[in-house]
Design a protein around this ligand. Structure first.
Ligand SMILES: Cc1ncc(COP(=O)(O)O)c(C=O)c1O
Length: 491
């Protein structure tokens, strides 16, 4: 549970003047902070504060955050790394590069070199046959990779649709008057970032229902809606809600025949699923560049790549496609500005952590992590299959296990959201899903087998309690819970 917001800073509160303390002076208990209550800061303090006190306050606030210990995280997803040793290594690497900005590659050549190596490492997982031409870029996270893949697809579509209009730009009124609105085809289980991309890029999103028994997007569904307006089709490997892999091969075959790009969103799975495929080929159909027709893939280094938050990789089958991602500005007075990604300035420190994490773990480290995740998955899948009234949604390909109400069970099954609320009361931080209502847990390196067993036994007890509650007429509110900031700003 989060602490309640602290009281506002009193106007006459005294903030100490800066002294030249160094970070190493911080033996936090020994430092006395005149604002020990840590009131809410409501304006830029007039006076400066010593580094020792700043660090003391930062440490104090971190205690309000959900804590995790090696193997014992009770959070679904969120923290992906297995050990505090790994985290500490990343923090040290981050400190070396915290001041760098990859926008200034000439001043900081170390960062583009790391980015090149991150892309090469991602390729060795997602392009095992080293297809001629596959290239990529490092972005700030899954959402940016998705926005960029959609932007490149939109501008490539413009180029295809209007060869008569040199340099066709989607923003041009002449172009807009002469062409249709392009469409992205997604499954309802695709990540929300595609809806964000459609709204920012001003294109239409066509949402297809997944197969209700497998929870996968099928080629048959795509075939019904694909048209000359389609700028991009999206498949997930795996999708965030149910952890299943869409029918990438059949969808790719269709897209290839129609000349339409296919993006595989492997933001969640990119650094885990290829290893799961090696260990359990029965669970994971081929979803990467080995499948002709897959034109781009996103994979997050800040998830199962176990770097600190702030990086992802976007790979394209060809440089020809990637070129549509660039923005070139020639009209302003600041000189020719060519930007490959969304931000201008970026933090090179997080790039260095992604690089360090992959080098440190190597394929064997990722494989060991995938093995542990699969064991945890099996424990939970087995536990749910023993509970009458709950069901697993589809066949989880990795460590994301979605639990729903088995509506075919006697009495309409157990209300899965009540089960989730009961588990929340026991300290588990799970993710609620909708359409249909259900919840999931995403096992990561931060969960041991022991933790998975504890969750499985808590789940069995909570399901029993939910069954009794149902008999007494208690039902959940039937409303989906919120993922993300839920439309609120912190101010
Ligand atoms: C399948 C999938 N795609 C995209 C994203 C978005 O990633 P990010 O939160 O890094 O922007 C997520 C996040 O969980 C995801 O699971």
């Amino acid at each position: 549970p989060k602490a309640s917001p602290p009281a506002p800073l009193e106007d006459n509160a005294e903030v100490p003047l800066a002294e030249n303390n160094s970070a190493s002076d911080v033996a936090s208990d020994a430092v006395s902070d005149p604002l020990d209550r840590d009131p809410l800061v409501t304006h830029l303090p007039e006076e400066s504060t010593t580094t020792a006190i700043v660090l003391k306050r930062a440490q104090k606030r971190a205690k309000d955050d959900t804590q995790w210990r090696d193997g014992e995280s009770k959070m679904s997803g969120t923290v992906y790394m297995a050990t505090t040793e790994h985290l500490n290594m990343l923090s040290e690497v981050y400190a070396i590069y915290a001041h760098t900005n990859p926008l200034h590659a000439d001043s900081f050549p170390s960062i583009p070199r790391m980015e090149q190596e991150i892309i090469a490492m991602a390729r060795s997982l997602l392009d095992p046959q080293t297809t001629e031409g596959v290239c990529g870029c490092v972005t700030s996270g899954g959402t940016e990779s998705i926005l960029l893949a959609c932007k490149a697809a939109r501008d490539a579509w413009c180029h295809r649709q209007a060869p008569w209009y040199a340099g066709a730009s989607y923003a041009s009124p002449h172009f807009r008057a002469a062409t249709d609105v392009p469409e992205i085809i997604v499954a309802r289980s695709a990540h929300a970032a595609f809806w964000k991309a459609a709204s920012w890029l001003n294109v239409r999103i066509v949402v297809l229902e997944v197969d209700p028994s497998t929870m996968r997007l099928t080629a048959a569904a795509v075939r019904r809606r694909i048209s000359r307006r389609t700028m991009l089709v999206v498949a997930s490997a795996p999708c965030y809600p149910h952890g299943v892999v869409d029918d990438v091969q059949a969808i790719a075959d269709l897209c290839k025949r129609r000349g339409i790009p296919l993006h595989v969103d492997s933001c969640l799975g990119g650094f885990c699923l290829p290893l799961v495929q090696e260990l359990r080929p029965d669970l994971v159909p081929t979803f990467d560049f080995r499948v002709p027709g897959v034109t781009s893939i996103s994979a997050d280094t800040h998830k199962f790549g176990m770097g600190q938050k702030g990086t992802s990789v976007l790979l394209y089958r060809s440089k020809e496609m990637r070129k549509f991602q660039y923005t070139a500005v020639t009209e302003w007075s600041g000189g020719l500005y060519i930007s490959p990604t969304l931000p201008g300035s970026r933090n090179g420190g997080v790039v260095a952590t992604a690089w360090a994490s992959l080098i440190c773990l190597g394929r064997s480290g990722l494989r060991a992590s995938a093995e542990g995740i699969l064991q945890a998955r099996d424990v939970l899948v087995d536990a749910v299959s023993r509970i009458d009234g709950l069901c697993i949604m589809g066949i989880p390909a990795m460590g994301v296990v979605a639990v729903g109400t088995d509506t075919k069970a006697p009495n309409g099954g157990i209300d899965s959201l009540i089960v989730m609320d009961l588990l929340t009361a026991r300290g588990w931080v799970l993710n609620a899903l909708q359409k249909p209502l259900s919840f999931h847990v995403c096992f990561t390196g931060a969960h041991s087998l022991e933790t998975a067993r504890k969750l499985a036994s808590d789940l069995a007890e909570c399901a029993e309690e939910a069954r009794r509650m149902k008999e007494k007429g208690v039902a959940s509110d039937g409303k989906a819970r919120v993922y993300g900031l839920g439309g609120t700003f912190p101010d």
